[in-house]
Each structure stands twice: as structure tokens, then as C-alpha cells.
Design a protein around this ligand. Structure first.
Ligand SMILES: C[S@@+](CC[C@H](N)C(=O)[O-])C[C@H]1O[C@@H](n2cnc3c(N)ncnc32)[C@H](O)[C@@H]1O
Length: 223
């Protein structure tokens, strides 16, 4: 296993969950959750949903209640998964990493969500992680990908740990998938990640994106 993935599985996933658990709820106030907004706006009505890096599963539970669908979440933090299993018993929460999804070969989903996870994935396992995610998206299904959207790739030292060298990697991840012609853009929301606000003049490295992609193994080729 790659080092960075190892650290998140061992304890950094737990540390992130403990620092952020009070925010991991669906808010009815001013904050829009962009994945939930895209699902509603594009009338997806999913039947089987996977969220990779789902933390305690709060977003999945909102989807399950709204669309009465089967929801599976995968998360390296054992603390987050255990808290989620207790709080949201209708979810199937599994402990694991994007690079080795604990999903059998024949398990696929009509909607997969990966929101602000890929910038934490070790560069040695980035492509295998994308291949794993792609493996779980059904032909004709949807992928919602949220992350940073810089003008140019950017690596930053992860500031919560100085005992081990960890980085975050800002990159246009959806572009990798779209270049395969397996995915096409349906909708893209860009925003100021730090202010959590739709904003036209946000700096490149603070720009976030939430993108709805549709998968087809045949439709996006010229005939
Ligand atoms: C910034 S949080 C986002 C949580 C959630 N997706 C959301 O939108 O609220 C990133 C999550 O990804 C998880 N994570 C980190 N590395 C991962 C990996 N290699 N594979 C899967 N999940 C990972 C973390 O434990 C954490 O729960």
C-alpha cells in the first residue's frame, strides 16, 4: 500500500473525522451541499448509490431518505464508519480505500459520489483509485466528482501532521476521466472552497468544483 493511503487508513482518517464531526450533518440553512443539489436539479432518482470517502455517511443518509435507495459508503476512518453505523443504520458502511474498494467484481452503482477525497490520495495509487471508482460506475450511470479545480496542478504539505510527509494535490480530476471518452460532462458548479460561496473571482487554488459526469462505454465516440 502507498504510504499516504496507509496513514489515512491507520489514523489520519480518524483524526479528520474527530476534527470535523460537528460539520458532518445536512444543513437546512445557508450552506448548499453541491452533490445533493446536482442530484435534485438533474432529477437523478438513483436506485443504488456508492460514496467513496463518505466519512460517517451523513450525505448518503440524506440521499437514502429522499430517494428510498440502497446506499453503500466506503471510508478509511474506522471511527467515522462506526459512528455512522450507529447513527444511520440504513446504510451499508464499509472500511476501505479508493485504491482497493471493498466491492465484489459484479457490484455496480447507478450513482457514485467522490467528494473532496482525491486530493488526499497518494500519487502512487491515484490511477488505480480512478480505475477502482470507474469499475463501480454502471454503464449509463453517473459520477459526481467534487474537488479543487486549479489552473495548474499544485502540491501542498498537509499541515495537520509534521511527523510524516503527507501532501494534498489539487488537480482537475474530472479531466482525466473525460479524456478517456468514457465520461462526459453533464453539469459543473465552481465555487470558492474557503468561503463555500458561488463566486466569479475566486483564486485558482481556492476554486472548488462539483461535477456531474455521465458514463457510457460507447456513446461518446464519433461514429
Ligand atoms: C475532506 S473529507 C470529505 C468527506 C466527505 N466526502 C464530504 O464530502 O463531506 C475526505 C474524506 O476522504 C477520506 N479519505 C482519505 N483518503 C482516502 C482514500 N485514499 N480513499 C478513500 N477515502 C479517503 C477521509 O478519511 C475523509 O473522510
Amino acid at each position: 500500500m502507498a504510504k499516504q493511503d496507509d496513514v489515512f487508513l491507520a489514523d489520519e482518517g480518524d483524526a479528520w473525522f474527530k476534527r470535523n464531526r460537528s460539520y458532518l450533518v445536512e444543513t437546512t440553512s445557508t450552506k448548499t451541499d453541491y452533490p445533493l443539489a446536482l442530484i435534485a436539479q438533474y432529477n437523478l432518482h438513483p436506485k443504488k448509490v456508492l460514496e467513496v470517502g463518505c466519512s460517517n455517511g451523513w450525505r448518503l443518509d440524506a440521499i437514502r431518505r429522499r430517494y428510498d435507495c440502497t446506499c453503500v459508503g466506503i471510508e478509511p476512518s474506522e471511527a467515522a464508519a462506526l459512528a455512522g453505523r450507529e447513527r444511520f443504520p440504513g446504510l451499508d458502511l464499509r472500511i476501505g480505500l479508493a485504491s482497493r474498494l471493498p466491492c465484489p467484481p459484479d457490484e455496480s452503482f447507478d450513482l457514485v459520489i467522490v467528494n473532496f477525497v482525491l486530493h488526499w490520495v497518494d500519487r502512487k495509487t491515484l490511477l488505480v483509485s480512478l480505475a477502482e471508482i470507474d469499475r463501480t460506475v454502471a454503464d449509463g450511470g453517473y459520477l459526481i466528482l467534487g474537488d479543487f479545480l486549479p489552473d495548474w496542478p499544485k502540491r501542498n504539505r498537509y499541515h495537520h501532521r509534521d511527523d510524516v510527509e503527507l501532501y494534498t494535490y489539487k488537480l482537475d480530476y474530472a479531466a482525466i476521466l473525460q479524456s478517456t471518452a468514457l465520461y462526459t460532462n453533464v453539469a459543473r458548479i465552481t465555487f470558492d472552497h474557503d468561503q463555500h460561496a458561488l463566486s466569479g473571482d475566486v483564486g485558482s487554488y481556492e476554486r472548488g468544483v462539483c461535477q456531474l459526469l455521465r458514463k457510457s462505454t460507447s456513446e461518446f465516440y464519433q461514429l
